[in-house]
Design a protein around this ligand. Structure first.
Ligand code: TXE
Length: 523
């Protein structure tokens, strides 16, 4: 068994044993620490109106911390700082190689402080500590990827105009002030996908993490400062979406809004950004089909189907929540899934025997329960789960049993909408044609999986699936080198990869006529 690591420290944030026992992860200044938690213009600042919010671990309700709760005035102050740093500060004019080097330093610091970050993430989300540690590796890799990409000189290209007297170049400039709004399921990972390219491109930003999971964002401000980022480039406001997130999407001094979260909020943000025609980048989740053909390796496909949907209790934008299975395979396949789903042990972040954790909040669990109830009312067959666990160990957390709903059909709300919980729906198909039609019968288009031993079929089906990522005989892997994002209503734009950097840049064409002479156009 793995030894429990000793509590590490990072600056004045002390990360302790945490839930289920132990003092808070972050000592708020009212609790004795000198540091408030908003970070504006290089200063740690309290909320203008003195509001605070208590953060609790979803695994058992343990208070984790009390942090400053920003309002509209704090959001405006953060935009002022970011605007000044962009318009007058050194960062947008810093050579790309130097910006890249800073990102590489951030990656090193994240690795140094990995356990501190992982504990903070686990206490906020209830996620297993081991999974948070994997996330931290991915986050360091993300900073490293963008550091290398930026340092390697994505600084423009010469255009051959066919006119020898013309010197024509396209250069890539930072887009400006960015509002970065992130959710609670992979708090720092989703933040890193935005912060790393924004900083690498030479932008300045205001980050607003989910009000439920602020801690790793606070730590990140310290790490960016330690790495040498100038004041005002990175700004942090904490608080509710409506009160502090919304002003960041309407302020005319903001050039770009990058958002990851739910479809309903994404639509609202798109509308809010329209009057000032901001650039937008949206990742709005998915209702991702996992297609299993009869010619697949049974055991491997079962194993991955479980991981696809139940990882992090289904709170994953790319969760394989819709199992589409060949009629020929259906009964045995679903029986085996159910047998194994029943055996998944739930527990808190530091329960080393647990394989899955709680949902993020009581409200979110209520929502998942409503989707399951609606599915059953619409004719789905409950094969396992469908309720909260009765284990007294889990009584104070927001746990929900891994659930399998069989005999589902496309009209059901549990098929159409993201339940974003540990709920697998099963639909049958008889032909490849029908499988593809079912898979594409959704407003979403983030990711999809295909299981078959036929190379021809895998390519045929992958080509017809309307999804930003298609996995063949795999599920969930991604690398920072490859673009991530959604077709249809799963979003706008891409994160990661070269396109993930381009979102944070403006292309400018500079045309210099080296031998100008009168044109006599109007003679
Ligand atoms: O997300 P919200 P919620 C999906 C999932 C989930 C649903 C709702 O289906 O059940 O969304 O979750 C901020 N202006 N995903 O309510 O509201 C908010 O404070 C500006 C999928 O938690 O989208 C938080 O920082 N910001 C997703 C962030 O938006 C606003 C991951 C996300 O919150 C705002 C999470 C506003 N008007 C949930 N309103 C994914 N794509 O992975 C809220 N926010």
């Amino acid at each position: 068994m793995r030894a429990r690591p000793t509590p590490p420290t990072l600056g004045t944030v002390t990360v302790t044993k945490g839930c289920p026992a132990g003092p808070p992860v972050h000592e708020h200044r009212h609790g004795g620490s000198p540091m408030p938690e908003l970070f504006i213009g290089g200063q740690w600042t309290a909320a203008a109106d003195g509001e605070v919010r208590e953060i609790r671990c979803p695994a058992d309700g343990t208070p984790v911390a009390t942090v400053d709760e920003a309002g509209a005035a704090d959001a405006a102050a953060a935009v002022t700082a970011a605007r000044a740093a962009f318009d007058d500060g050194p960062w947008p004019r810093t050579p790309a190689a130097e910006r890249g080097r800073l990102l590489l330093r951030v990656a090193d610091l994240l690795e140094r402080d990995k356990d501190t970050y992982a504990r903070a993430e686990s206490l906020d989300t209830g996620k297993r500590f081991v999974e948070s540690r994997y996330d931290m590796d991915d986050i360091a890799n993300c900073f490293r990827y963008f550091g290398d990409l930026v340092a390697s000189g994505n600084d423009g290209r010469v255009v051959d105009t066919g006119q020898p007297e013309v010197d024509s170049r396209v250069v890539y400039e930072p887009v400006g002030v960015c509002s970065l709004i992130t959710p609670w399921n992979y708090p720092l990972l989703q933040t890193a996908w935005k912060v790393a390219p924004a900083v690498g491109a030479g932008d300045t930003f205001v980050l607003k993490p989910s009000e439920l999971t602020p801690h790793t964002a606070i730590l990140l401000m310290r790490t960016l400062t330690e790495a040498g980022l100038p004041d005002g480039v990175a700004n942090l406001v904490l608080g509710a979406g409506g009160a502090v997130g919304a002003p960041l999407t309407t302020d005319e001094r903001v050039d770009l809004v990058s958002f990851t979260g739910g479809l309903a909020t994404g639509r609202r943000i798109m509308a809010a950004a329209a009057p000032t025609v901001k650039k937008i980048a949206l990742e709005l989740g998915g209702k991702n089909p996992n297609l299993v053909f009869a010619d697949t390796d049974f055991d491997t496909a079962v194993d991955y189907a479980l991981m696809a949907v139940f990882l992090h209790s289904g709170q994953v934008c790319s969760a394989g929540a819709r199992l589409l299975v060949d009629d020929e395979l259906h009964d045995d396949f679903v029986d085996e899934i159910v047998r194994r789903a029943r055996a998944i042990r739930l527990g808190g972040p530091f329960d080393e025997d647990a394989r899955s954790g709680p949902l993020i909040s009581a409200e979110h669990r209520d929502k998942v329960e409503k989707y399951v109830a609606a599915g059953l009312a619409e004719g789905a067959v409950l094969r396992c789960g469908g309720e909260r666990p009765d284990d007294p160990r889990l009584r104070d957390g927001f746990f929900y049993l891994p659930t399998v709903l069989d005999e589902c059909s496309p009209g059901m709300s549990v098929i159409r909408d993201e339940s974003f919980g540990p709920v697998l729906t099963v639909e049958r198909f008889r032909t490849e044609e029908e499988a593809v039609a079912l898979a594409n019968d959704t407003v979403y288009g983030l990711a999809a999986g295909v299981w078959t031993q036929s190379v021809e079929r895998s390519h045929r089906v992958a080509a017809r699936l309307r999804a930003g990522t298609v996995w063949i005989n795999d599920f969930h892997p991604y690398v920072p080198q490859a673009e991530w994002g959604g077709m249809k209503q799963s979003g706008v734009g891409r994160e990661l990869g070269p396109a993930g950097l381009a979102e944070y840049q403006e292309a400018k064409h500079i045309w210099r006529n080296t031998a100008p002479r009168p044109q006599r156009w109007f003679e």
